[in-house]
Design a protein around this ligand. Structure first.
Ligand code: GUN
Ligand code: FE
Length: 438
């Protein structure tokens, strides 16, 4: 197999960057080289060093003056909500009932699911996202379609069919037994096939009966290596209804704890209105709170207190995500720009290194996949995004006055979107050309 050498300004993170002056938190090469072979990064360093190691005749792709970063990771998305984005005027429960459940009903049609899966991957890659943790619809065939698409295009993917058996139209309901059987069949078919990983996906406590929650807990204990994903504490009306449905619970978090669904591989969307006890439980179990700023703003759900969760005595593990289609953009740049504003409303500032750490290594840590993706370290899988900080007239003009890397990153986050993505490599292969243009 042949090797490829990428040349550009490489940036990767070692740990959380406390401030723009925390230079030990990242590794930046002004003229960097990444040598890739068989889908992996096999050497990383200065271009001169890596070029000497690669020897003469190695294919070199020169991306200067652009930045090379690990591909972006989106820790919470809904594939069947591509045609829900921009649905006007509702908060969570009405938004689900009026727009989302009817739309997800269409994924009973396998052909529709395959079409949307293809277009979803196109949008991900167009926006520089190389890994998602995804919810498919209740229909087994919708998960099959998404796994087939991401398998064919070789994306490291975490996904599952949602389990939901009540409080929604019949067309999007399963049963405790069928959700258990379908999940097991999907695990057998897809988990560990290529880069595909299965996530046990009870939608949230409102749409699962106690019997289904038990089935989800049984799956989680039968398959302890798998991710579990669900929603927690997003909206006040949601929380009130949840407490009515599980009157014995101490709080919303207690329900998931009761059914054995909390652990270091559990991803909990939103977590906006947690009390201290709930935050302690997440911290103790290692469950991840997923920050979905565009969605939380769009649905009027609330302001996730990122810095409080990070700095509390028992800190939370945090991921960041678009939550498309409650979220309003596929771009992790747009997501963290809105995230910055939410954190500002909580009286704090998120430094740009911390922001890009979150989109890459931070989300890889939250998804427990740092050994595979999220850095540019030798030995990891070669998922890489190429960022152009002069992608638009407004960006070019602002770049005239930029002096530091931190300022440049902040500019890319604040003004950037899909236009700032020059290329994206998936397991070592340039993938922008695989995106349909029509
Ligand atoms: N809670 C349960 N389902 C959903 C969903 O699809 N989107 C959001 N934002 N919250 C949810
Ligand atoms: Fe969601």
């Amino acid at each position: 197999s042949t090797a490829t050498l990428l040349r550009g300004r490489t940036l990767t993170f070692r740990r959380w960057p406390d401030s723009v002056d925390d230079h030990g938190a990242y590794v930046y090469e002004e003229d960097g080289g990444l040598l890739m072979r068989d889908g992996r990064i096999i050497a990383a360093g200065s271009y001169a060093e890596i070029a000497a190691q690669a020897g003469v005749g190695v294919e070199t792709i020169d991306h200067r003056p652009h930045l090379l970063l690990p591909g972006f990771i989106d820790a919470h998305v809904h594939v069947p909500q591509m045609q829900v984005i921009a649905s006007y005027g509702a908060e969570l429960l009405d938004w689900l009932n009026n727009y989302t459940f009817p739309e997800e009903s269409k994924f009973n049609d396998a052909q529709h699911g395959r079409r949307i899966a293809r277009l979803f991957v196109d949008e991900m890659l167009r926006h520089g996202t190389t890994t998602v943790a995804a919810y498919c619809s209740v229909h087994k065939q919708s998960a099959e379609a998404f796994f087939a698409e991401t398998h064919e295009r070789n994306l490291l993917t975490i996904a599952g069919k949602v389990m939901m058996d009540r409080n929604a139209p019949d067309t999007v309901l399963d049963t405790p037994q069928s959700s258990y059987d379908d999940t097991k069949a999907l695990i057998a078919e897809w988990h560990g096939k290529g880069r595909q990983l299965y996530a046990i996906t009870p939608r949230f406590a409102i749409t699962s009966s106690p019997e289904q929650m038990e089935a989800a807990g049984a799956l989680a204990s039968e398959f302890p290596a798998l991710h579990v994903q669900t929603h927690l504490s997003e909206n006040h009306a949601e929380i009130a209804l949840t407490r009515e449905l599980y009157p014995w619970s101490k709080d919303y978090t207690d329900i998931y704890a009761h059914y054995g669904l909390l652990g270091a591989k559990t991803l909990l969307g939103h977590c906006i209105h947690l009390c201290e006890r709930e935050a302690d439980v997440l911290s103790e179990t290692g469950a991840v709170a997923v920050f979905c700023p565009t969605s939380n703003l769009f649905l009027g759900s609330g302001l996730f207190d990122y810095q409080r969760y990070r700095r509390r005595e028992k800190p939370l593990r945090i991921a960041a995500a678009s939550d498309v289609g409650g979220g309003t953009n596929y771009s992790m740049l747009r997501t963290m720009d809105e995230g910055y504003k939410v954190i500002a409303l909580n009286g704090e500032k998120l430094n740009p290194f911390a922001s890009f750490w979150q989109m890459t290594r931070g989300n890889a840590e939250a998804l427990s996949v740092t050994d595979r993706v999220g850095t540019l370290d030798a030995g990891t899988e070669a998922d890489i995004v190429v960022l152009d900080s002069r992608a638009t007239p407004a960006m070019r003009l602002r770049m005239e006055t930029v002096e530091t890397l931190a300022e440049e990153l902040f500019l890319i986050q604040t003004l950037g979107d899909d236009r700032a993505i020059r290329e994206v490599y998936v397991a070592g292969r340039a993938a922008k050309s695989t995106i349909a243009t029509s």
